[in-house]
Design a binder for this molecule. Structure first.
Ligand code: ADP
Length: 467
């Protein structure tokens, strides 16, 4: 009995530390807007990098022609072709995906890009004439940190995700691909170089011209948005025809003392390969949520016998993956049979009473609710920065009633949002709470599909008259 009390104590403490009252969320909103400002004011001015993308116009739907995209950002790469008819329509791109042979991920850049160029050549050959004198345009989504120098060029800052091609670091990325295309004799120009969130924003904007920001919540999390160039203070004299530019926030690295943090977060961070990095991401994204839950169950198991003898699996980082955590959270069977199965199969915790299974569901709920609400606060932070939260922008001044709120759309991608119903519902609930119903009804969240591929092809189209 006393043991059960202890477990309840651990849960209570977790709930308190994860608390995201509207007041707290509004502090996070303000902190996000302030950090965005700081990151735009000077290089290194904030944990938010606020990277320039040089994407200065977004697809409108009037684009015409055939465009290609190459999406490289993980263990697979994809090539894609889309035909645009000059009117907004359902896009139905041809897509081919291929794994990258492991030795190419750590070898020479020439070999990697020659391999990619060959695949592209074969792909083009299937659909169009490779010999055609008309230069085909290619949007290149390269989801690694890049210091962009123009819309179609940038240098690799460092590799992540298992890539380690040394001769590429600090080199021009699009140029390396372009050289390989030339070696292959493929008449194709790399006309834009973007990351995946920028592709998502482009695709969102193609479908809905009120789209001002894009957020990805999958394995990791990031966001980008449309900013006025005169607000990008760190780049004086930046001029674009449109007067704006997409800024890649790299918001996974956002940090604020207002974020509700637990001992589990602190331990997770300390044991991670990148301590003190990606603090926001570690509370929100799919890579980490399951592991926070594992840590709570471990603590409870150590402090009581509610989960039987402490399972050695509980000590293994990342044994509980986020999709399984979601499955437990959303188990609506009266006996919580999914929870029982996952605890047994994955964590080697068999035969625990219903009461304890309910406790596990509660832990999942607390962790996911906090994540979704923080993501919502991040989104409102962006809206606040650009004066679309109904408050009249960060400097304030005007009263709420003076402002006619414009319809505002945010494009969202990533499995946490699209596959995890509770996450999505909590995010929407928090948007409503923070903004208030009057304002919230003007803010729409739009799910896009495959912005990192299709969006890049659309950007190749909307930037086709440049460079
Ligand atoms: P990416 O790896 O490009 O971000 P996704 O957007 O599909 O791709 O995100 C994958 C991540 O989403 C996985 O790491 C996993 O943690 C999480 N995830 C996948 N499916 C689910 C699900 N049904 N419920 C909760 N999380 C999920």
């Amino acid at each position: 009995r006393r043991k059960w009390k202890r477990v309840v104590g651990v849960l209570k403490e977790l709930e308190e530390r994860c608390e995201t009252t509207v007041g707290r969320l509004k502090q996070v909103v303000d902190a996000m807007a302030v950090e965005m400002h700081a990151g735009l004011a000077s290089e290194g001015g904030s944990k938010l990098k606020m990277l320039l993308t040089f994407v200065d116009n977004l697809p409108s739907g009037s684009e015409k022609g055939i465009f290609y995209a190459l999406d490289l950002g993980g263990t697979n790469f994809r090539v894609l072709r889309v035909e645009l008819g000059g009117q907004r329509s359902d896009l139905d791109p041809d897509v081919e995906q291929q794994p990258i042979p492991e030795q190419l991920m750590t070898g020479r850049s020439e070999d990697l890009f020659d391999f990619i160029a060959s695949s592209l050549y074969q792909f083009v050959e299937k659909n169009d004439s490779v010999q055609s004198p008309i230069t085909k345009l290619l949007g290149f989504t390269f989801s690694f940190p890049v210091k962009q120098t123009s819309v179609s060029s940038g240098v690799l800052i460092k590799w992540t995700k298992g890539f380690a091609i040394r001769d590429m670091v600090e080199k021009e990325v699009a140029g390396a691909l372009q050289q390989a295309l030339i070696r292959k004799g493929l008449n194709m120009r790399v006309s834009v170089l973007v990351n995946d969130t920028v592709g998502t924003l482009a695709l969102g904007h193609y479908h809905d011209a009120d789209t001002v920001a894009a957020v990805i919540i999958g394995t990791g999390t990031n966001a980008c948005y449309w900013e006025r160039t005169d607000a990008i203070i760190k780049c004086q004299g930046l001029l674009t025809t449109s007067g704006g530019m997409v800024v890649n926030m790299e918001w996974g690295n956002f940090w604020s003392s207002h974020l509700p943090r637990t001992s589990y977060d602190i331990e997770l961070d300390a044991e991670s390969p990148n301590p003190n990095d990606q603090g926001f991401e570690k509370m929100i994204s799919g890579m980490y949520l399951g592991d926070i839950v594992r840590r709570v169950i471990l603590r409870m198991s150590e402090e009581s016998d509610v989960f039987g003898p402490v399972s050695s699996r509980l000590y293994l980082p990342f044994t509980l993956r986020t999709p399984l955590m979601a499955a437990m959270h959303e188990d609506d069977s009266p006996e919580l049979t999914q929870v029982a199965r996952i605890l047994k199969d994955v964590l080697d915790i068999p035969d625990i009473p219903l009461k304890a299974r309910k406790l596990v569901v509660k832990i999942c709920d607390v962790v996911t609710r906090r994540a979704a609400r923080l993501a919502a606060a991040g989104i409102v932070g962006i809206l606040k920065k650009i004066g679309r939260d109904g408050s009249g922008g960060i400097t304030g001044g005007r009263s709420r009633s003076d402002i006619k709120m414009r319809r505002t759309a945010v494009a969202v991608e990533g499995s946490l949002y699209t596959q995890y119903t509770m996450f999505r519902e909590y995010l929407h609930e928090a948007l409503n709470e923070i903004l208030g119903e009057d304002i919230a009804q003007h803010v729409v969240v739009i799910v896009t599909e495959d912005g990192s591929g299709t969006g890049a092809a659309l950007l190749a189209a909307s930037h086709s008259s440049e460079n």
